[in-house]
Design a protein around this ligand. Structure first.
Ligand code: DGL
Length: 263
């Protein structure tokens, strides 16, 4: 038995990391659609089409469940992916929204497509009708993380990331949010910088990692099998020069052999 995890690119490896921390023995096959990343700037129709193609590829890999690591896909395409699959489908959005719904004023930091879909707002309201949700689209953060600027030893680069964060977080601090969802696969890598930026704004709040929340909710006990060794297979749809450094930053471990997937 194994999990099939997919994302628009390599960012979803942060979700794989969260799953492996809790369940090191679960086998995972990961697909990163690196040929078509980013999804966060695309239209809902295109995101649905890409998501279905990714899920179909995973369904050829003898998986027992599909995990949608991408927040943008989770916001826009879960019903459509579920319709096409015969195995259970889990996305990051519901678990993130569930963790946030105990607060009455919630911030969401995400891609443009996720914010435009209002999916987090709807999911939080469904659980806590009196909650107020303030969402901010932060399109510059994905490229900054992918360039490695968030963890750069060069202070000048890190300060550009801090200034960018300050621009996005200021309205959320002013809205006096009580918790914030990291609504994109890349943002867990910015967690410390986000905390530091909120601190500068005089605002200390819990950050909700949707990937970690999802990992806690997957009914893994049904998927545990003594024969499993925590094997990780990685597929991508295109080559990328920065693959190894990016994948290791997202996964926090070295990445095994990578194979090419044809969708
Ligand atoms: N994986 C996407 C998400 O979590 C971020 C990158 C993209 O825009 O494709 O929303």
């Amino acid at each position: 038995m194994k999990l099939g995890v997919f994302d628009s690119g390599l960012g979803g490896l942060t979700v794989v990391r969260a799953i492996r921390r809790l369940y090191p023995h679960v086998d995972i096959v990961y697909l990163g659609d690196t040929a078509r990343v980013p999804y966060g700037v695309r239209s809902p129709q295109v995101i649905v089409q890409y998501a279905i193609e990714c899920a179909h590829f995973l369904s050829t890999q003898k998986i027992d469940a599909v995990v949608i690591a991408c927040n943008t896909v989770s916001a826009l395409a879960i019903p459509e992916v579920k319709q096409q699959m015969t195995v259970p489908v889990y996305g990051v959005l519901e678990p993130g929204a569930r963790a946030a719904s105990k607060y009455d004023r919630v911030g969401v930091l995400a891609t443009r497509a996720t914010v435009r879909s209002q999916a987090y707002t709807r999911a939080i309201h469904a659980l806590n009708p009196k909650s107020e949700v303030v969402s901010v689209a932060s399109p510059l953060l994905v490229p900054l993380v992918e360039e490695g600027w968030a963890k750069s030893p060069n202070g000048k680069l890190t300060s550009i990331v801090s200034q960018t964060l300050s621009h996005y977080l200021e309205p959320l601090a002013h809205a006096k949010i009580q918790a914030m969802i990291l609504g994109c696969t890349h943002y867990p890598l910015l967690k410390e910088l986000i905390e530091a930026e909120f601190e500068k704004l005089g605002w200390t709040i819990p950050l909700i990692d949707s990937g970690e929340e999802l990992a806690k909710e997957i009914p893994i006990s049904n998927l545990e099998n003594p024969d499993h060794t925590g094997k990780l297979e990685v597929y991508t749809t295109d080559e990328s020069v920065t693959f190894q450094s990016m994948a290791e930053a997202f996964l926090s471990e070295s990445v095994p052999h990578v194979a090419r997937a044809k969708l």
